[in-house]
Design a protein around this ligand. Structure first.
Ligand code: AMP
Length: 250
């Protein structure tokens, strides 16, 4: 079984990202970048499937600037076999990303596309679903468990009401949720070995993908600053303030 895994380059989740002063977007100058955390979970799951003898090949795909090679290399150090870099300096919308994946699915004919449930930069949570729609393959989002058997994937999904188990015919698109696994760290020997693995380069143009945006970003601004609180002397004063100042109790 061949798996395509998506690895997006995003600002490290520990970084407090600020909006640019002209409100045109986040200020990413000199910010530490990393693999999107949910993509790390997708990589880990694919590697575990390979270790269990279920997967035979893992191909790590990143769509982004030249520097996105770093995230592909990290995925290779974690256990992916080879990489595909779709080079673009544009910040693609989920539809354009999904179209690139659809083109790669036509070329690579994987049995599964495994993505993160969302990228922590745009919080779109759309790409996996759109790949499902464009390929016509079965899909399961928010996976917390995946089991492959006889050409089917049984996926436990995290839904509002609890856990939903679905059975998908392969090929399928699956997006990873937080509890699917705990990703490992890349070891130094594996980081060295990853340098020898192949990364093929392509572009949205070469894949025949129209990347024209459908959405206009009007403004990116920080959330309003939280106002400082006050200390009250006793419960009576607290109740008085809640009643008469905040007016949240009658
Ligand atoms: P989103 O729909 O933007 O929240 O992204 C959902 C998932 O799609 C992410 O967790 C990634 O696995 C994948 N993805 C989105 N954009 C890219 C990209 N530029 N390169 C690789 N994978 C991506």
């Amino acid at each position: 079984m061949k798996i395509l895994i998506a690895v997006k380059r995003v600002a490290d989740y520990n970084v407090k990202v600020r909006a640019k002063s002209d409100n045109t977007g986040p200020d990413l100058a000199n910010v530490k970048m990393a693999i999107n955390p949910f993509c790390e979970i997708a990589v880990e799951e694919a590697v575990r499937m390979k270790e269990a003898g279920v997967a035979s090949e893992i191909v790590a795909v990143s769509i982004g600037p030249q520097a996105a090679q770093e995230q592909i290399r990290t995925a290779l150090a974690l256990g992916a076999d080879r990489g595909i870099h779709v080079l673009t300096d544009a910040e693609l919308e989920p539809l354009a990303v999904a179209k690139c994946f659809k083109a790669l699915c036509d070329k690579e004919t994987p049995d599964m596309v495994l993505l993160g449930k969302q990228a922590i930069d745009g919080d779109n949570n759309q790409t996996g679903q759109m790949i499902g729609a464009l390929t016509g393959w079965s899909q399961a989002t928010f996976a917390s468990d995946i089991n492959i058997e006889d050409g089917y994937a049984t996926v436990v999904r995290e839904v509002d009401a609890g856990l939903q188990t679905v059975k998908l015919k392969l090929p399928a698109v699956v997006t990873a949720d937080l509890r699917l696994n705990e990703p490992r760290y890349a070891s130094l020997p594996n980081i060295m070995k990853a340098k020898k693995k192949t990364i093929d380069n392509t572009s949205p143009e070469e894949l025949g993908v129209d990347t024209a945006p459908r959405v206009t970003l009007l403004k990116a601004a920080p959330p309003p600053e939280r106002q400082p609180g006050v200390k009250v002397e006793d419960v009576a004063e607290l109740i008085d303030k809640l009643k008469n100042e905040a007016k949240v109790i009658a």
